[in-house]
Design a binder for this molecule. Sequence first.
Ligand code: GLN
Length: 310
Amino acid sequence: MRDVLEQAVALGKTHTHEGAVATYIPELGKVDGSQLGVSVFCRNGKRISVGDTKVRFSIQSISKIITLAVALEICGFDQVFKKVGMEPTGDPFNSLMKLENTDSSPYNPMINAGAIVVASCLASEISFDTMLDTIRALCMDPDINLDKKVYHSEMSHISRNRAIAYLLESKGYIEKNKDVENSLHFYVKMCSLSVTAESLAGLGLILANDGIHPDTGKRLLSSQAVKIVKTLMFTCGMYDGSGEFAVRVGIPSKSGVGGGILSVVDGEMGIGIFGPALDKKGNSVAGECVLEYMSHELHLHMFDPQRHTL
Ligand code: GLN
C-alpha cells in the first residue's frame, strides 16, 4: 500500500498550486500551501504515513464530527435532531441563505449553522478541558491542544458566524437561556484544535471500527453515534462538493479549511490528509486528488464491487 500512497502524494503535489490557503482567518493564511501528507491507520494494525503527516495544523470543520458525536452521547438523538436537520444544503459552509429564507432548522451539523447549534447543546453540558481529553483519546494523540493564535485570529474575524449564531437564537434554535457568545466561543475553540494527518487517521480508524479502539478493545463512542456521523460525512462532509466527491471518491469524509480531510473506509481504515491549498468550496485540492487516486487503486469506493473488509 505504501507505493500507492507515495504515488498519490506525488500526484497530489502537482495540484497544490491550483488551490490557495484560507485567508479569512488570517492565521491560516500564513501556512505553506505546498505541503501535503497522508496517513493510513488500518484495523489490522498497519500504519503508513507519507509526506507532511507530523505537521500540526488547524482541525477547523473536521471538529464538527467530534462535536456531533459527543453531543449525541451526552444530549441524545432527539435533543440534537430537534434543533438541526439531516439534509445536504448545496450551499457554502458559512451560508445564511436557507436559515433566513426557510422555516427549517439548520440543514445539517456539518455546516457552520448546524455545528453552532450542536455546540450550543454541548457548551453547557461539558467543559472544554473534558472535551479536549475526549478528543485526545479519540484521535489517539495526547498532544492535541488549542492553538491560541488561531483561536484569537478567528475570534477577531467572527462577524459572519456571530450573525449566524444570533439568527439561530432569534429563530429559537439556540435557546434563550443558552449564552450565544458562549456557544460561539465553544464552536471556535473546537475549530482551533491543532492536529496532524496522523491524528485524523486515528479518529478515522475509531470510526471505521464502530467506535472501538482496536488496540485496547475499549468502546469510545456508541455504535449509534458512529453510524450517524459516518452517514452525515458521506452526504454532507465536503459541503457543496459532497455529491461530486461521493461519485469520484465514495468514502465518507470531512474536510476543514485548515486543509485537513478525515476519511473512513468502513470496517477497514482511517485516512488523514493534510493539504492546506483549498479549492473554491474550501476543500483541499491535493487532498481530494490523493483520495480519488487511492480510492481507484485500492478499491476503496463504498460501491466498488472489489471492495473488501479485512
Ligand atoms: N472555523 C471555520 C468557520 O467557521 C470552519 C470552516 C471550515 O473549516 N469549513 O468558518
